[in-house]
Design a protein around this ligand. Sequence first.
Ligand SMILES: [Ca+2]
Length: 351
Amino acid sequence: MNAKTGYLPVAVLAAALVILGGCEKVEKVSAEVKSAIFPAEKNVKQAVILDTDICDDIDDTWALALLLQSHEFDVKLITTAVGDTTARTKVVAKILQTTGRTDIPIGTGVAIGDMKTGHRQDGWVKDYDLSKYPGKIYPDGVQAMIDTIMSSPEPITLIAIGPLSNVAAALEREPNIAKKARFVGMQGSIRRGYGEKSKPQKEYNVVSFIKASKTVFSADWDMTITPLDTCAMVLLDGDDYKKVLDCNSPITNMVIENYRVWAKSGNMNEAQAGARSTTLFDTVAIYLAMGHDLLETENIGIRVTDDGRTVIDGKAKKISCAMKWKNLDAFEKFLVERLTKPLAVAEANGV
Ligand SMILES: [Ca+2]
């Protein structure tokens, strides 16, 4: 690692791998849990695009870390969504540079919504010069999303973990992407909402841009979502959280540093970042892109209403919805194991 910049130059990635490794004290998930997660593990990587509103809630940063640490994926593109998307691209760029993954292109999405407030991870990139980023950045992220999907020889999995302004814009510009991609997302609230035992609520990603949500939810593609019914239950605390906190790897340090900056800028009690995570909604969408054995899914007709709710409607397009956990504890153990394992740069760079 470069002592001045904190980044991993490509030339030393192999050496860095040996030095950095993972966290020796971390218990690996049991073989039983692992087989439940990956009953049909394949050697072929799945081509994916991540569309993220990173820098809003902190869970996108955890989800991106899980994505980067998952050997099941060949990440073709990361696009930034909502608000000042260039500012969000800056955070993604520093994350990729810090973790040795500048091979992944970034696309800056549609700047839409609240442009004035900045974002809560600005502090993490205040000294970072985006113009010196060594990887590829597409200024038109929507077009990059379309081109990546349409030129791919294999179907692409589009994972969306934010409001759907970019995805809807891509569908409107090139409707044929629905034939070449499947959609996996963290959206909606079907039988429960944000709190335990709560009723369905207007979920942020859907209600933020209702027209865009309607476009995406009615497009002619295979669609899988984790609504609040399942994703709102994920949180790391106790020993699970401590393993991430104490790991001291480029991935975990990146996550915790961003968490601390985000907490401070939101006037949260910074001490929380020493004890537990926030709700990690978006990590479930990353898992759903690779499997669903830890969850109960239902094929349900879902309609987005004019006021931004996601209601069951037998006449609406059927969507695979993750409605209940079979084993939430196993998922949280899996998340910790992935985050604390050695950096995934070796596979990514063919070392
Ligand atoms: Ca998000």
